[in-house]
Ligand binder design. Structure first.
Ligand SMILES: [Zn+2]
Length: 282
């Protein structure tokens, strides 16, 4: 019987290959485990202390008619992810919704001309959602904190459109897990712009760790699902994202094929499709 012998060099190579495969498998397993654990953690942080009161504040917002809302975000998918249901609902009730996007998100994937692609997708989503206007500020992606006159640009938008309330990122009580310097920059500038436009401006803060408002967006859930899939389908092909997404998607949607991004259920007040905010005034 012939004996198979392995050269010492080949053995080292084989050993290295096995080690690399094991390391990759362990990393993938950890990423999937983190994704499974992430959702319940997020759900917990997304619960207002007083659910009934939060639902009342959300109902009050959702009953707005003939008002103007400006959302200030960093990338062409932020608004749909965190507030797409609420903004779509407000637009469907005859309110004016103006979206201000700080960057065109060109670093979101390794795709040529991504800034134009993402702006186009944001415009498509805006049409579905019924926004009145999208203002692209076109600062460099992952460089919004260095944009020299961001606050002044936002004041200009406020002066032009005269919002009754503003949606932006919570910087004082930022939500858990995810931090992005561009989001912080958008939130900071929108917050600084408020008093320069008018005193006591109302804010609904997204990605917050201290929500006090629940909006039931079930009447427009299809719209949010469609808009969100448009703005997020631009080739996010990082390996970790490929594994993380299906897990986050499946747990976030539970019942059907639509994907709702920031969505929470509050059965005690009969809300299946809820978005949460921290309502404050400047
Ligand atoms: Zn973003």
């Amino acid at each position: 019987m012939a004996k198979v012998t392995i050269e010492p060099v080949s053995r080292i190579v084989l050993g290295l290959v096995i080690i690399i495969i094991v390391v990759i498998l362990v990393i993938l397993l950890l990423v999937m485990l983190a994704a499974v654990l992430l959702r319940p953690l997020l759900d917990r942080y997304n619960r207002p202390a007083d659910i009934k009161k939060a639902k009342e504040l959300g109902d009050e917002l959702a009953s707005s008619k003939g008002k103007t809302f400006v959302a200030v975000v960093a990338h062409p998918d932020d608004a749909e992810w965190w507030a797409g249901g609420t903004l779509g609902l407000l637009a469907s009730k005859g309110n004016k919704v103006v979206l201000v996007v700080g960057t065109s998100g060109e670093k979101g994937a390794n795709v040529n001309g991504l800034n134009k692609i993402r702006e186009q997708k944001q415009l498509e989503a805006a049409k579905i959602q019924g926004y009145s206007k999208v203002v692209f500020l076109r600062h460099p992606d992952r460089g919004l904190s260095e944009a020299p006159h961001l606050t002044e640009e936002i004041v200009k938008v406020f002066d032009q459109y005269k919002p009754d309330a503003v949606f932006t990122f919570d910087i004082a009580k930022e939500g858990p897990v995810y931090h992005h310097a561009d989001h912080e920059a958008a939130g900071k500038a929108a917050w600084a712009a408020g008093p320069k436009y008018k005193k006591g401006l109302i804010y609904y803060l997204i990605h917050t760790s201290a929500p006090n408002t629940i909006v039931d967006f079930e009447p427009v859930k299809e719209k949010k699902g469609k808009a969100l899939s448009i703005v997020t389908s631009y080739g996010q092909n990082a390996l970790w994202m490929r594994f993380l997404r299906p897990v986050v998607r499946s747990s976030a949607n539970r019942n059907n094929d639509q994907w709702y991004g920031g969505r929470n259920t509050f059965t005690e007040v009969g809300v299946q499709y809820g978005e949460v905010f921290r309502k404050v005034s400047s």
